[in-house]
Design a binder for this molecule. Sequence first.
Ligand SMILES: *Cc1c(COP(=O)(O)O)cnc(C)c1O
Length: 235
Amino acid sequence: MNQTSTVAQRLTAVRERVESAAHAAGRSPDDVRVLLATKTLDADVIRTALELPEAAGMLRGENRVQELVAKGPALADLTVETHLIGPLQSNKVNAALRWAGCIESVASVDLGRRLSERVPAGSTLDVMVQVNVSGEPTKHGVVPEDALDLAVQIAGLPGLRLLGFMTVGANSPEADLVRTGYARLADIRDRTIAEGVATATELSMGMSGDLELAVAEGATLVRVGTAVFGPRQVR
Ligand SMILES: *Cc1c(COP(=O)(O)O)cnc(C)c1O
């Protein structure tokens, strides 16, 4: 089978999954964007996918700063919004700022401050607070109990605009458990808006295996990798 048409078909299939999940939840499919998680893929593969008409309106996410930097120049002419969706060490803040328009993985006020200090005067950096809703120890993110406080602090830092929240859902076959975590993120988002942070509307949650559950709980951004590109090669 032709590789590119496979990616095109899979992009369409993902869009259809999002649409039916949105309809089932009584939501507009236009309120759910799709981010392509392009970790481990080469820049030419990413470019080919993003230039397909089936990818119109989709975003791109990298979870390692090293990959953001390595692929940045080759993809710099694309007008695709690019997010960092993995942890950011403070010594890599400048590189992340250069190549990502949004940092979805802010999980401490310390990182927020470092980002705030480096944002060029007169411009704004979009960020999300990453929350570990499942409590799985391998997962990055602030504990749910501290998420509202952190969000309000981050939103108050100069140069940062808090767009909302990100999570990686529970790694479990139990749909109820996964959904409960996503509902928890939606509740944190609602309480943050009620605290006066009107920009914090986004819920980045749901991946290839569980995006329907996330859309049912209000996801505004789903992040998919394998559903479009197939299984990743281990590097
Ligand atoms: C890789 C990755 C995804 C996509 O995962 P798939 O299961 O391949 O769809 C989503 N979010 C994050 C943070 C990732 O690192």
